[in-house]
Design a protein around this ligand. Sequence first.
Ligand code: NAD
Ligand code: ZN
Length: 347
Amino acid sequence: MRAMQLTAPGTLELRTVPVPELGPDDLLLRVGAAGICHSDSYVLSVPFPMSEKPLTLGHEIAGTIESVGPAVDGRQVGERGIVYLCWSCGECRECLRGNENVCLAAGRTAMPPCPGLGPDGGMAEYVRIPARSFVPIADELDFVHAAPLADAALTPMHAIRGAMDQLWPGATAVAIGIGGLGHIAIQLLKALTETTVIAVDVDAAKLALATECGADIVLKADENTTATILELTGGRGAEAIFDFVGADPTVKVAVEAIAPNGAVRLVGIGGGATGIDSGPAGGPGLPWGATVRKSYGGTRSDLVDAVALAAEGKVRAQVERFDLADARTAFDRLDSGAVRGRAVLIP
Ligand code: NAD
Ligand code: ZN
């Protein structure tokens, strides 16, 4: 089969490789579509630690069950679905509480095994997945629009749910970075809350997309972003700020424009420092009561619920389609900030 592989740090190659072999608890999925996340681009830009063999990328996977491992119950050849990306241990305290995204077996600051970032992923004709990671999708949902849900909807869904106590009717929510994750975050905020949604991006085209996705107010990111958010919220700040960039300037906005008791959710992995301080009243940093969470992925139930919202038409990824062989072009577009919504590969 054809697979888009990382063959050395920074090197992407379309290769012909064997169809994966199944373990007893696995499914073989015929891939219908695989989304490209900015995290894939990050993997290509760093000296990513590789095992001996090349790695097939792709953690936003939609497809059809091609074969079923002998120990798997309740799954049929031909079922359509997407892949829950936290391949967690299922047995640690956090997994047992349903928090598979922070599986303790992964280690304190690592993440649970994720297809395309350890085990081979979905930028290929077939992928092997643990059966329990399969989440069925409605017939009406095509693979190209379903694949991005696996991360670009899952991750904002989790970040938003964890901030629900601040997202009361009339509250203000800010999404910074209206790319793959951010454009779905806006739709989720509109579907799940009655908040005023402010979208922030450096790029005017992304702000136009934000408006299409339901943002009430759009702001071109500049040195006045914090002041503008404070002005728009009567000086109190926004109740929740979701940072899908996570670079120094955006984290600074998140810390300085959050309301007392507000929820800062850091999702982007831009390496920005929060500079969390324990200073006295009146300083420029975090207000009293504010929480900061570094939010990773989501739980299986976050994904199931995001899929349900997509089936109802309340959430829909904007997509750009590329043949698997044209992955490099898609990555280049993503890196230059040109992709509107999500780039999706079709094998
Ligand atoms: P993307 O490239 O599709 O979107 C990023 C957006 O941010 C673009 O619209 C870009 O114009 C905008 N942007 C860049 N710099 C900005 C700035 N200074 N101010 C405002 N906007 C700015 O990326 P994506 O796939 O949506 O991923 C977003 C981030 O989230 C990446 O860092 C990615 O690695 C990370 N991520 C984290 C998780 C997690 O679980 N924590 C999951 C998936 C992705
Ligand atoms: Zn676990």
